[in-house]
Design a protein around this ligand. Sequence first.
Ligand SMILES: Nc1ncnc2c1ncn2[C@@H]1O[C@H](COP(=O)(O)OP(=O)(O)OP(=O)(O)O)[C@@H](O)[C@H]1O
Ligand SMILES: [Mg+2]
Length: 149
Amino acid sequence: MTDTEFVSLSEEDTEDIAARIAGDAKPGDVYALEGDLGAGKTVFARGFARGLGVPDNTRVVSPTYTLMQIYEGGRLPLYHFDMYRLADSSEALDAGFDEYLYGSGVSLVEWASRIEDILPQGGSMIRVLIDRGNDDNVRRIRIRRCREI
Ligand SMILES: Nc1ncnc2c1ncn2[C@@H]1O[C@H](COP(=O)(O)OP(=O)(O)OP(=O)(O)O)[C@@H](O)[C@H]1O
Ligand SMILES: [Mg+2]
């Protein structure tokens, strides 16, 4: 199990950290992004997309209403979810999201705790926890790849 911690001092820092992390992404990986409203999950997703090589002119925003956005054109397809509005995982299953979570692209899931029970188990799961620091622009970003089972 790898556990890495970064301190970000700005939005750009968070994007750069995420872009580097994306370099390690493998087909089927699912990144569960946890953190409060405004923590920086979408900023992380934006940097991650850049790190995968998704074209620069692609707008990466929280898919709050659409729930999922697919980004093509990078090293791997990227599936960006925002589960904030879901009551539970059955809605995600009804929408067919398991096909993506268990597919061969990379998933980034904002508010993954909403669908905890349908997330993959084991080594393809990566937890990303973003906490605010003392200063407005400071974030602590912890990355943990779950153990193979
Ligand atoms: N170090 C930092 N890293 C990331 N974002 C930062 C940082 N410092 C300030 N910010 C600001 O925090 C906000 C993060 O917004 P973002 O939309 O990424 O949050 P979120 O976690 O996706 O929220 P939501 O749960 O509402 O989707 C942005 O306005 C960004 O400019
Ligand atoms: Mg967001």
